[in-house]
Design a protein around this ligand. Sequence first.
Ligand code: ZN
Length: 411
Amino acid sequence: MTQGNMPLRAKVATQVSRTAAALSRAAGRGDGSVIGGWIGLKIDPDLLEHLAAGRAIALVSGTNGKTTTTRLTAAALGVLGPVATNSFGANMPTGHTSALAKAGATPYAVLEVDEHYLPQVIEETRPRVVALLNLSRDQLDRAKEVAMMAQLWRTTLAKHPEVALVANADDPMIVWAAGNSPTVSWFSAGQRWQDDSWVCPECGSTIERQDGQWWCTGCPLRRPAPQWVVEDDGVLDPSGAWHLIRLQLPGRVNLGNAATALAVAAAFGIRPLQAVPTLSSVASVAGRYAQVDRDGRNIRLLLAKNPASWLEAFDMADNAPTLLSINARDPDGLDTSWLFDVDFAPLRGRQVLITGDRAFDLAVRLDVNDVPFRHVRSFGEAIASVPPGRLEVIANYTAFQDIRAELDRVN
Ligand SMILES: [Zn+2]
């Protein structure tokens, strides 16, 4: 169904949704996608279904990396034609509704989906491809959710054999969730964080790991052979051809995101040779990896919102002075004891500064790991404390927003 032959109610809802989003933007209240989608869905509860009909859609979900992977995938699918996408990271149905309403009748859409909403969004958008990146806990108080989420995905995906999956072979939770689907393209980018998947989701036995392989000691669940593999600074495709990947985004984890984007593109019939050049067009993603020059310092912002992404941030950061900032406000989770699950030893030898509401918790943690540090009260003080050159900033969610706001004020 194209927008031209949508029911009248859906057409009105689409128009009102666009207008509300535009008004909210004009009032300076963010990009308006949540309020626009919310109003549209109030008028027509089936609006997302109506807007999705007639488009070839890819959904991207998982705990980490979905915003970046969505951007890379949208860039790759762009070789086929216009692509609608929720590029502001509004990843619940209100955001999807708003993104599709705003984009008009595009033939393609790539949507980032919050992992809790994936079953609902699969039902409503009938995607051609779903990319499953990883499942780990977002915060300590959500630890039990990992297995429940994998179960929920598995049940939903089993009901949709028509959906082609692109899934992470290195994450046992993902492999199990995808286990009943007939069409799976497996990718491998390594799994640095393994603490949430050492018990088999199928039988409860221990999962063992060696040389990049993993297997359950009590049942046949084991790592499938991947078709897309990160190797050196490139990606091996299913034919065995290796492609050099040039990204503006740092770290091996983003090479993994690029491999995922190439696999999704291939499911839409796009060859890697066509897709690879588009990936280098993606620079910062919603301010993450953004680089700002100030007083002779090149400041790079890395968001780290949960244990898995802290390890990734250490890997992405250059060997340069590093500012760590942690808050524990509502969006971050109130409990910071997860800090003790992350190994801060990679920071040894760097000049380390700490700040944020919970700088004291960081101080204790760094002390245990024998990493010398200095506490600073403001971002300005941090800049004054480091020599000209690169300053890496690693912060959790609201701390990241605080620093972005401070940088915006100064620039
Ligand atoms: Zn097992």
